[in-house]
Design a protein around this ligand. Structure first.
Ligand SMILES: CC(C)(COP(=O)(O)OP(=O)(O)OC[C@H]1O[C@@H](n2cnc3c(N)ncnc32)[C@H](O)[C@@H]1OP(=O)(O)O)[C@@H](O)C(=O)NCCC(=O)NCCS
Length: 247
């Protein structure tokens, strides 16, 4: 099945876009809130800064649109999809990794950009996008890199360090652990092409996950982790809003 015929997908896919571009694409359908649940509209309103409200709303819109696209549903069905959550740390259904029946999903947002990834139900998927900042916090290398990875970082600038950061965070999000586990506990080894194989002592959820850098808007770095051992396919906004998919 290709991404163009509107039918269900079968592999791991991702979409990473500037928030303002997603907002524009949603305008003909009535704006971002057309694709959100009432609870998400309310949650967006809790952010103090307008730009954070917008990024939150856009990230959940992209998550829902990608879920609908993966399932072969029209975009206007996105708002009605049931989203559940599960926290691997405490078992809560109020926070943690979000899920939609029939598809595995992950979302991320960072200062004006949003991304989501989707794949087969039951197979873990994790996405992370970050704006490359002007500076990094003290101790970044020790927090993010495993001891065997720190040497390679010495010759890297901030974008190279962010590339490792998003890869680790994508793995930890695929595993459902998030930053409850320090990224330096995750080891990444080359697995062919741009793929890296992840492992983390004492964390069987991480074992066997792969991760690869994926294209992101200029000035951002992004990665997707999955259990498939294959690099993910990149979609465009036209794949979720494309010909005839919106009235
Ligand atoms: C997941 C996490 C790393 C994301 O951090 P971030 O870089 O600031 O944010 P991103 O935009 O990339 O991702 C945020 C999204 O990750 C998802 N997420 C949250 N927890 C997650 C988890 N444990 N696993 C996978 N995804 C998770 C959510 O969809 C969240 O957005 P939402 O709350 O609006 O739905 C961070 O929130 C985290 O570590 N959370 C878990 C902490 C934890 O386990 N606490 C113990 C609670 S008992």
């Amino acid at each position: 099945m290709t991404a163009d015929d509107g039918g269900p997908l079968s592999g791991v896919v991702l979409l990473a876009v500037l928030t303002r571009n997603l907002e524009s694409a949603c305008a003909p359908a009535g704006g971002l809130r057309t694709f959100l649940s009432p609870a998400e509209v309310s949650s967006a309103g809790r952010f103090r800064r307008a730009e954070d409200r917008l990024d939150y709303a856009a990230s959940h819109v992209l998550f829902r649109l990608l879920a609908a696209r993966w399932l072969g549903l029209p975009p206007l069905d996105a708002a009605g999809l049931g989203v559940t959550r599960y926290c691997i740390g405490c078992g809560s259904s109020q926070h943690g990794k979000p899920a939609v029946a029939g598809v595995s999903l992950s979302l991320s947002r960072s200062h004006g950009a949003v991304m989501a990834a989707a794949g087969p139900a039951g197979a873990p998927v994790g996405a992370d996008i970050e704006l490359v900042p002007d500076g990094l916090f003290n101790g970044f290398d020790d927090f993010v890199a495993a001891p065997g990875e720190r040497g390679q970082l010495r010759s890297k600038g901030i974008p190279g360090r962010l590339r490792l950061w998003v890869a680790k965070e994508a793995v930890l999000k695929a595993a459902g652990l998030g930053l409850a586990v320090e990224p330096s506990a995750v080891h990444l080894t080359p697995a062919g092409g741009t793929l890296l194989l992840a492992d983390c002592p004492g964390r069987p959820e991480v074992h066997g996950l792969t991760v690869s850098p994926v294209p992101a808007p200029a000035g951002y770095r992004a990665a997707v982790s999955a259990g498939s051992g294959l690099p993910p396919d990149q979609l465009a906004l036209s794949d979720v809003f494309g010909s005839g998919r919106l009235p």
